[in-house]
Design a protein around this ligand. Structure first.
Ligand code: AMP
Ligand code: MG
Length: 487
């Protein structure tokens, strides 16, 4: 395939230039029969990329990492990571490539990155490949989070390669092209720290500050301000996940971004029945990444970031530890404040409601939900009718009518705004049974269920006729849901 990309595609390689110790120049693996399965045209436009060109053979060559514009330098990025609590000093992009950075229509720098693009020096025993199902899964779930206003990497396209990928059974292979504020992770800092090269660690911190938290550069202690900023964005991110019932499933430190975006959709899922102990990942046998553990795990991951940054926080180690500890101690209050404020909005309550009223009301609701286990999304959506005087929908979801009525009375006393609730409580999310249905059909070559699901989740709050099944709970026979990692 020859490439003549339009002159508008400009890919910088700033990460590779500033941090060469963490970047291995690499190319994607050839695909026998490339075929575009999905393209986010709105995102393409945001990036200044012509969707028609992306569909052309030259566009597909870019989306597979086979050919890149002059001057671009695709690389596999090095990082470390704690996986399920165990430290791996050398992970890195074992099946991914950073193609480069582009400047979007708003002037922001964004990474263009591939997943499933073939083996790299970081592949260890893996084949470097990805199957159609899991790549479309990342596409649909990240699209759902984006539509809910939650910071996330975005899926630009999924291209089927025409190559079979060997898993338990042979599966059709695919490459995902995704866009992120960057792919810097807690694990990137762990890697730089572990090299013992303080200059590299400092360059990485400067790079992160410049790309994500520029205000930190003006602080007395810029690296401490960077840590504070990452603590803040992660506290806010995890609160947003909790408010919509999102379970990431594999919150390893290499899957925790410095930007505060959700990254690496593996065994993720949305809660059906509300239960803090919910785990979907087949490999998370200890429940480390259960729904209710996510705030604690995020805090643990940030402590690993703080450790990596210690030599930059203060030359005296004791003082560095004291500064890091103080920064980490802001996580809980930030998280609690973000969660309470988001829960207040879900309940249609005014911003300035006294915390002494809001916090116990929310805590008692969580107790009620934990006991009654209603569908998380349906429950919050059914509260707006209750605010309008129709308690039947919410009563259908909670068997203990007396407990529910007691809580509803306290809440209704605060005069919730039902219209505001309908603007923040989604009706359509990428429900597990719908995602599975769409991926199974796509794997067999039928993309229409995926396209319909995307249409529903793209406008999560607007009830539309004909989409009833996208708002309904999983059928009884859907059973205990399991998702699979490393796929
Ligand atoms: P993930 O679970 O996708 O966050 O990946 C964790 C680590 O395993 C990263 O270093 C990946 O690059 C690597 N990895 C996952 N799947 C594969 C694969 N099929 N081939 C090579 N490396 C992989
Ligand atoms: Mg990962």
């Amino acid at each position: 395939m020859s490439l003549a990309p339009p002159s508008t595609v400009v890919l910088d390689s700033r990460f590779a230039r500033e941090l060469p110790e963490m970047a291995v120049p690499w190319r994607g693996e050839a695909a026998p029969e490339p075929r575009l399965l999905a393209l986010d045209e709105e995102l393409a436009a945001e990036l200044g990329l012509d969707p028609d060109w992306l569909r052309s053979p030259d566009g597909l060559a870019l989306l597979l990492g086979l050919e890149v514009p002059d001057g671009a330098q695709p690389v596999a990025q090095a990082y470390s990571g704690h996986q399920f609590g165990g430290y791996s000093p050398r992970l890195g992009d074992g099946r991914a490539l950073l193609l480069g950075e582009l400047v979007d229509a708003d002037g922001s720098v964004r990474d263009l990155h591939l997943k499933g693009s073939g083996r790299t020096p970081f592949s260890r025993g893996g084949d470097g490949l990805a199957a159609v199902g899991p790549m479309l899964r990342e596409l649909v779930v990240s699209r759902g989070l984006h539509a809910l206003g939650i910071p996330t990497t975005r899926a630009l396209a999924v291209v089927a390669t025409g190559r079979a990928v060997r898993r338990e059974t042979p599966l059709p292979g695919a490459v995902l092209a995704r866009v992120a504020a960057s792919h810097l992770r807690v694990g990137s800092f762990q890697y730089a720290r572990a090299t013992g090269d303080l200059d590299l660690l400092r360059r990485l911190a400067d790079h992160a500050i410049d790309r994500h938290h520029p205000a930190a550069s003006a602080a007395d202690n810029p690296c401490l301000a960077l840590l504070d900023a990452v603590v803040a964005v992660q506290a806010s991110l995890v609160a947003r996940w909790m408010l919509v019932g999102f379970v990431h499933g594999v919150m390893n430190t290499d899957n925790t971004t410095i930007s505060g975006e959700t990254i690496d959709y593996g065994p993720c899922a949305f809660l059906d029945a509300f239960d803090p102990a919910t785990v979907y990942s087949s490999i998370d046998s200890g429940g480390r990444y259960a729904y209710g553990n996510q705030p604690a795990v995020a805090e643990w991951n940030l402590a690993r970031l703080a450790e990596a940054l210690l030599p930059l926080l203060h030359e005296d180690q004791e003082q560095a530890v004291a500064l890091a500890t103080r920064s980490l101690e802001t996580f809980r209050p930030r998280y609690e404040a973000a969660y309470a404020s988001g829960a207040g909005a879900k309940l249609g309550l005014p911003d300035d409601l006294d915390d002494e009223v809001l916090v116990p009301l929310v805590a008692d609701l969580m107790d009620l939900l934990t006991r009654a286990r209603p569908d998380h999304t349906l429950f919050f959506r059914a509260l707006a009718p209750a605010a309008r005087g129709d308690g039947a929908p919410v009563h259908e979801l909670v068997a203990d009518a007396a407990a529910l009525d007691g809580w509803l009375a306290r809440w209704l006393d605060l005069e919730p705004d039902a219209a505001a609730m309908d603007r923040v409580n989604p009706l359509y999310i990428p429900r597990n049974h719908l995602v599975e249905e769409a991926l199974a059909a796509a794997t067999d070559g039928d993309l229409s269920p995926l396209e319909r699901l995307l249409e529903a989740v793209d406008a999560p709050y607007d009830e539309r006729p004909g989409l009833e099944r996208y708002a309904a709970a999983a059928p009884e026979d859907f059973g205990a849901y399991r998702t699979f990692c490393g796929t």
